[in-house]
Design a binder for this molecule. Sequence first.
Ligand SMILES: Nc1nc2c(c(=O)[nH]1)N[C@H]1C(S)=C(S)[C@@H](COP(=O)(O)O)O[C@H]1N2
Ligand SMILES: [Mo]
Length: 255
Amino acid sequence: MTGIPTPRRAVLRRLLAGLAATALAGCDAASRSSWLPKVFKSGEHLNRGVQKRVATRKSMAQEFTLDDLSPDFRSNGTSRPASDEYARLAANQFTDWSLQVDGLVRTPARFSLAELRAMPWRTQITRHDCVEGWSAIGQWTGVPLVRVLDRVGPLENAQYVVFHCADTMGDGKPYYESIDFDDAYHPQTILAYGLNGKDLPIKNGAPLRVRIERQLGYKMAKFIMRIELVESLEQVGAGNGGYWEDRGYEWYAGI
Ligand SMILES: Nc1nc2c(c(=O)[nH]1)N[C@H]1C(S)=C(S)[C@@H](COP(=O)(O)O)O[C@H]1N2
Ligand SMILES: [Mo]
């Protein structure tokens, strides 16, 4: 695990402690993919309690300066969705793409990239932490999710915001993610169309990806096609709130 740069955040420290403990217990390090989520899970239960006492869900993630930017913001997971539909959208610079927002809302709507860019925007320089053991600092620009939600009017019974993505994973299942309204209304939760002062590259999720700055990398859905408001996560995917959550990762990945 020499690839972890500065494990400053508590979750990474706990993750490392967990990995060391697992190694001492004699587990096979080669089966990383099967035991990492479990280790991670125990750390996260602790984290949720800590979070409640010391931080509150309203606290801001640390922001950095232009001097801190990583030279290249690497790509992880899908670097380009394989569908013909995505290829067609990309070939037209996403001018035909639109974000569908529906589910438990008063007024379902579609937003083109131009419409999203015309809305109030925010820029933030933050650090992204991936459970696979790397971090990167990037400058993200986008529309706060709250602005988009205000336009469609969430219904009283809406509890979660689900992001449906254009890519499917190796097992053929689509990538998706979800957050609750504490995170949806957080000022740093943005639908980003820009990275480091340029259009969001395809490898990082073009045309639109979400930033949820106090959570881990896998929550930050790329290639978003649709946002759905739901009352329960049970009806979505395998019912655990995200592609990786359906495979054992924690739904609340706070750092
Ligand atoms: N649609 C989609 N979103 C995704 C992924 C993915 O494979 N598909 N990978 C996740 C993971 S594990 C991480 S760490 C980040 C990586 O973002 P990046 O490619 O900009 O580095 O995207 C997250 N969002
Ligand atoms: Mo990740």
